[in-house]
Design a binder for this molecule. Structure first.
Ligand code: HEC
Ligand code: HEC
Length: 228
């Protein structure tokens, strides 16, 4: 008798859980795309997609990352392909990273919607970039999200200084955070004002213009997690 009840409960859970998950499914949206763009793409494409990101300003002869330039694709297929494959298929410059293995389906489809809007109605898209609030997340999570978009390409996924850009940023290479021992206030200073301002390499960009102090404190919490 008892086994029957047990099986019944399992069977009910089997129906109830997927149903609950499905009802919480979030669909791709331009708003979500704007948040993702801000977190993941502005390092190169700039806060408003105009190509004035930190990397193009830092590195000589960087290719044009202005999404408003005429030759940029406007159809969903080519935008999706640019995001998923980046340089992998040899069609784009090798400084456009592939995102297929890093972003979720929801993020990619939301970015496609957002960029389509950007190419067709740039005023509305820019409006979203400047007004869309980032969802409230715990500070460590927030630090991680910013890290993924603005630091990982140099400092690497594991903070070991071996990001995709590390091959062109050397002497000194991006710092290996496993060995970082600076106190918080000095970390805040170098991230806010950049390497140059604190007597370190100018290849460490300044982020004070685009990140708030609270963003940077979340980042500090996150990068200290890499310490050994
Ligand atoms: C490390 C710098 C960098 C980052 C980060 C980056 N891009 Fe790019 N992106 C580029 C460069 C460089 C080009 C120009 C490629 C070319 O013209 O061959 C480009 C081009 C593009 C294009 C146009 C492709 C075409 O056919 O002309 C799209 C769309 C694009 N990026 C979307 C994104 C999105 C969305 C993100 C964030 C998920 C992103 N990029 C993040 C550097 C970057
Ligand atoms: C373009 C590549 C590049 C990007 C992007 C970058 N960094 Fe750096 N960073 C460097 C380099 C190079 C150094 C080493 C500077 C030196 O040793 O003089 C460095 C050093 C640092 C240091 C000093 C660590 C210590 O203990 O001395 C901190 C902290 C730091 N980066 C944080 C960040 C954060 C946070 C981000 C993202 C918001 C970031 N960096 C993005 C290149 C980069």
């Amino acid at each position: 008798m008892k086994t029957h009840y047990f099986l019944l409960i399992i069977a009910l859970l089997g129906y109830a859980l997927p149903a609950a998950a499905a009802s919480q499914r979030i669909d791709p949206s331009v708003e979500h795309g704007a948040v993702t763009f801000n977190e993941r793409c502005s390092l190169c494409h700039g806060n408003l997609g105009m190509g004035d990101g930190i990397l193009p300003r830092l590195i000589k002869d960087y290719p044009n990352t202005n999404l408003r330039a005429d030759n940029k694709p406007a159809d969903a297929g080519s935008i999706r392909e640019a995001i998923i494959y980046g340089y992998e298929k040899g069609l784009l410059d090798n400084r456009m990273p592939p995102y297929g293995d890093e972003l979720t389906w929801l993020e990619i489809e939301s970015l496609v919607l957002f960029l389509r809007l950007y190419f067709h109605d740039v005023d509305r898209a820019i409006g979203l970039l400047t007004t869309t609030k980032k969802p409230e997340t715990p500070r460590h999570e927030k630090g991680r999200a910013i890290y993924m978009g603005r630091c990982i390409l140099c400092h690497g996924e594991n903070g070991d200084g071996k990001g995709k850009m590390a091959k062109i940023i050397n002497s000194p290479p991006p710092f290996n955070f496993e060995y970082s021992r600076l106190p918080d206030e000095m970390l805040l200073d170098i991230i806010t004002r950049g390497g140059d301002a604190v007597g370190r390499s100018p290849k460490m960009p300044r982020f004070g213009d685009e990140l708030s102090e609270s963003d940077i404190r979340s980042l500090i919490l996150y990068i200290k997690g890499f310490r050994k």
